[in-house]
Design a protein around this ligand. Structure first.
Ligand SMILES: Cc1ncc(COP(=O)(O)O)c(C=O)c1O
Length: 952
């Protein structure tokens, strides 16, 4: 029995929008007497859970924070000199408070509606400029998930570029032995299914021939050595290969850039630009390349365009290039990336400016030289002739050193056999260096010489000292006082519509409340300060938390094992499909490489399938939007011998609980395949049914949808996978835990620190609140549907006429009747103060609305009023009261500049344009640009901050 939201745990009524009184009105509107009845009509009886989930009752916000504090205290924040891609860093407080902890930044969605996203688009353009400048390559994307996957993306891009036809003549990639172990592991995982052969070796002792499509090097390398790669890069180019250089963003302020070394791609991580380590993530990886590769680049790319008035306006560029849009023709599945963390990292560069960054790098390099000198005076052998921040030492009892260091809570890196590497960072102080020296003194039994003055850049070979300038643009040379910085951040925030303005009803994206209490612990050093490769005894808090969270997620999905490694939904798909691939291989059935995917699936599904080595066979949908079961059965039978899997989203991407799902899963199993369930729509399942219960074998969960992690303007995300016993042995491993096979992310837990959010969410709602949230998500959607179906055609519904947690409005008829397209409605919604719903997915010419449980009746009504207002405007065009071309929809959105201009030439009033309904007067949200011209931006591609002169 579903109780009302005001009973039960305290947090339930904070999370769920509608009050008890409103619930009754809303149910009456839908035409059902109770929430129970609505759910019975909506969720097929044969898939309903028979008993409540085994998740404890919800804690209050206060209790939850207390309990997380206690868990955090079980983590030990040691002094970390491990390096290997993760470094101590100082998050400037102005960035911590105004971005990291600010819903105006973290609740934004990916900037598909460019007119209300100019702030973060500007910041991401700054990010691209920063990366392009520091890497010395002309074009950079707006972030990737982590360094290791960025390297794998680069590998796939150059592989496809060099091997243009299906006849692969250059299948080999040379991997230098001195790249980070976690990167090697992800390369191995990603190479195999797509037919890439990896050859590992020492770049100095390798001959590259024409069977290689490229090489991958690290600069400085995993041991900390700065190698001179130019000759080798030229050799690779000479045989028609391309070169990827993995690099360190801070070191590049002192080092000749990869572009100047003639590298083709540079990748790396921006974590050490002010983003806490967080036990492995989230952080923004970067990807920069030469202009000729831009159409094959993975991830999102921000570009400069113009708006309808000819003003400068930003947008996401070359979207047809986006890999998830290319579906099975894709070479990458990146969708969610790390926008929020990219924004933090670039703001760090904006705040410090080029001189500040260089000073930080010089301090790190100087302290490293000082340490080197003192260790040498103790006769410790240091093996890096040239280095930036890392010493590689040996010639002593490493086990004894490890004991001494561990006892003092000092972490070094012991992964290079027989050696110890010590990496310093921005947080290292002179006294930290003294502490390290003291450890060695104790070990050796003698005193080090006093430290000499350190020489700037002394340990970088002169040919590789950076002489080229970077970050000359005014944005990196203006906001250096806190007042300026605070205002710059606020200035950008004001341009963007976030959840702290109004509801964002993006179907398939679940933009629910990201409660402050869920977010607060993410800032705590007890969770932020841990290195992902810290020794186990220091991470007991994380271990407890992730164990409990995994158990909750298994309970929610009806599965038995969970991997928290994938750091986006698409990564989860990839990881899940790999478990299926490994399972078939273990049964000597590697030929099972066909995956059936309904036409309505999200583009990442086929993209992930191809990356995991499967061939995609598309299954049709019927007129009611359901999977065409006859077609599915026919195709399963046709491919019976080679059937690997079905990928299915449930409830469907059309927002319907298909009655046939059990039959569908059974069919796939009968033919020897496994069922992968895309968990994007879990917000309609939790507590009512589950993937395991329905008959799936594996699913991913978008924790950044159902489990309250905010979208951050396009990331971070977390896409853990849950599996049944059959697939459990094949979950992603990690070298940190002794076995790196099937690793899909750089860190053992892809983005560990944001798991706190989902953990807190589950702990505060408990089984009852989680189930009720699902029921209210369904109720809110059906309430909106019941109001809007009086005007619009709603595509698809379940057999009793109800929708799941989302529904699709068909706008296609208005094209013929009024010349109005989905885009016009989306842009007009901005004038009404709202973000458009999901556009043209899964059906072109439609919008898909998902209100979530967190919105109250008043907000839902405002949104319905807006859509009804727009409908009336369309009617006015249809009946000739409004002009077909000069109308508020075609001209939307209207900026303040347009409304306040002395001249007003339109056939409708300014008030109609800007204040079409009374509620808007109270809370007008002004877009800062008018409708953005998409084609102009793609034809004149500019993806970095323009030269200052161009603004004039
Ligand atoms: C149905 C569906 N599947 C998969 C994804 C991919 O998730 P992510 O963006 O986290 O990679 C999405 C993203 O919106 C989605 O809607």
């Amino acid at each position: 029995m579903l109780q009302s939201s005001t009973n039960g745990a305290e947090f339930i009524k904070r999370h769920i929008g509608p009050s008890d009184v409103d619930t009754q009105t809303m149910l009456a509107n839908i035409g059902v007497p109770s929430l129970n009845e609505l759910i019975e009509k909506t969720v097929p009886n044969n898939i309903r859970l028979k008993k409540p989930m085994n998740i404890p009752a919800g804690l209050s916000e206060f209790e939850m924070l207390q309990s997380l504090k206690a868990i955090g205290e079980k983590n030990i924040i040691a002094k970390n000199f491990i390096g290997q891609g993760y470094y101590g860093t100082i998050t400037p407080s102005v960035i911590l408070r105004n971005i990291f902890e600010n819903p105006g930044w973290y609740t934004q969605y990916t900037p598909y509606q460019a007119e209300i996203a100019q702030g973060r688009l500007e910041s991401l353009l700054n990010f691209q400029t920063m990366v392009a400048d520091l890497t010395g390559l002309p074009i950079a994307n707006a972030s990737l998930l982590d360094e290791a996957t960025a390297a794998a993306e680069a590998m796939a891009m150059i592989f496809n570029h060099v091997n243009k036809s299906d006849n692969i003549t250059q299948p080999k990639l040379f991997v230098d032995q001195a790249i980070f172990q976690q990167t090697k592991d992800v390369l191995i995982t990603r190479a195999n299914p797509i037919g890439i052969e990896l050859t590992e070796g020492d770049y100095q002792a390798t001959t590259i021939d024409a069977t290689f499509f490229g090489a991958i090097l690290q600069y400085p390398n995993s041991k900390g050595s700065i190698e001179a790669y130019e000759t080798f890069i030229n050799q690779v180019h000479a045989v028609g290969g391309l070169v990827i250089v993995i690099t360190d963003i801070l070191a590049l302020t002192l080092l000749k850039s990869p572009g100047e070394l003639n590298a083709d791609v540079a990748v790396g991580n921006t974590q050490r630009f002010g983003v806490p380590m967080g036990f492995g993530g989230p952080h923004a990886a970067f990807f920069a390349t030469k202009d000729e590769f831009k159409r094959g680049m993975p991830g999102r790319l921000i570009g400069v365009s113009v708006d309808a008035q000819g003003n400068r306006a930003l947008r996401m560029a070359l979207q047809t290039r986006e890999q998830h849009i290319k579906r099975e023709k894709a070479t990458s599945n990146i969708c969610t990336a790390q926008a929020l963390l990219a924004n933090m990292a670039v703001m760090y560069a904006v705040y410090h400016g080029p001189h500040g960054l260089k000073k930080i790098a010089e301090k790190v390099h100087g302290l490293t030289q000082g340490l080197d000198q003192q260790l040498q005076s103790l006769s410790i052998q240091q093996n890096n002739a040239f280095y930036f921040d890392t010493l590689l030492v040996n010639g002593f009892d490493t086990t004894a050193l490890k004991q001494l260091a561990t006892a003092a809570n000092i972490n070094f890196n012991y992964s290079h056999e027989g050696f110890v590497s010590i990496t310093l960072d921005e947080t290292t102080s002179v006294s930290d260096v003294q502490e390290i020296v003291a450890l060695f003194e104790k070990l050796i039994g003698k005193k080090a010489a006093a430290q000499n003055a350190v020489v700037k850049n002394a340990n970088i070979q002169s040919a590789l000292v950076r002489t080229s300038a970077y970050l000359l643009h005014p944005v990196f040379n203006t906001h250096h006082s806190e007042t300026q910085m605070m205002r710059y951040i606020k200035h950008l925030e004001n341009k963007d519509l976030s959840l702290n303005t109004s509801m964002i009803s993006l179907g398939s994206c679940t933009m629910k409340l990201n409660a402050a209490t869920e977010m607060i612990p993410v800032s705590w050093p007890a969770f932020g300060g841990l290195h992902p490769f810290a020794p186990n005894h220091q991470t007991l808090g994380y271990q407890e938390l992730t164990k409990e969270l995994s158990a909750f997620l298994c309970e929610t999905t009806g599965f038995t094992a969970c991997s928290l490694q994938p750091n986006s939904g698409a990564q989860g798909e990839y990881a899940g499909l790999l478990t299926i691939r490994s399972y078939h291989q273990a049964l000597n059935e590697s030929h099972r490489n066909i995956v059936l995917i309904p036409i309505s699936a999200h583009g990442t599904n086929p993209a992930s399938a191809v990356m995991a080595g499967f061939k995609v066979v598309v299954v049709a949908c019927d007129a009611a939007g359901n999977i065409d079961v006859d077609d599915l059965k026919a195709k399963a039978a046709l491919h019976a011998a080679n059937l690997g899997a079905l990928m299915v989203t449930y409830p469907s991407t059309h927002g319907v609980f298909e009655e046939t799902i059990i039959d569908i899963c059974q069919t796939i199993h009968d033919f020897g395949g496994m069922v992968y369930m895309d968990g994007a729509n879990m917000n309609a399942q939790v507590g009512l049914t589950s993937p395991g219960n329905i008959g799936a074998d594996v699913c991913h969960l978008n924790l950044h949808k159902t489990f309250a992690i905010p979208h951050g303007g396009g990331g971070p995300g977390m896409g853990p996978i849950c599996v049944n016993d059959k697939l459990a042995p094949y979950l992603p491993g990690h070298n940190y835990n002794g076995d790196g096979s099937n690793a899909v992310s750089a860190a053992p837990i892809g983005s560990a620190s944001i798991l706190l959010i989902s953990y807190a969410y589950i702990k505060m709602l408990g089984a009852e609140g989680l189930t009720l949230s699902t029921a209210y998500a369904i109720m809110n959607a059906n309430y909106m549907k019941s109001r809007l179906e009086k005007c619009y055609t709603i595509l698809y519904a379940g057999k009793n006429g109800t929708c799941a947690h989302e529904f699709i409005i068909d706008l296609r008829p208005f094209k013929a009747s009024a010349g109005i397209e989905a885009e016009d409605v989306a842009k007009r919604l901005i004038d009404y103060g709202f973000h458009a719903p999901t556009m043209s997915f899964p059906v072109a010419g439609t919008i898909m609305i998902e209100p979530t449980e967190s919105e109250d009746k008043a907000e839902l009504d405002r949104f319905c009023d807006a859509l009804i207002g727009i409908y009336e405007e369309i009617k006015a065009i249809e009946n000739g009261q409004m002009d077909k071309i000069d109308n508020p929809l075609k001209n939307a959105p209207h900026t303040q500049k347009v409304i306040c201009a002395n001249e007003w030439t339109h056939a409708y009033s300014r008030q109609t344009a800007a204040f079409p309904l009374p509620y808007i007067i109270e809370s007008k949200f002004w877009p800062t640009v008018a409708r953005v011209n998409n084609t102009h931006g793609d034809r004149n591609l500019i993806c970095t901050c323009e030269p200052v002169a161009s603004y004039a």
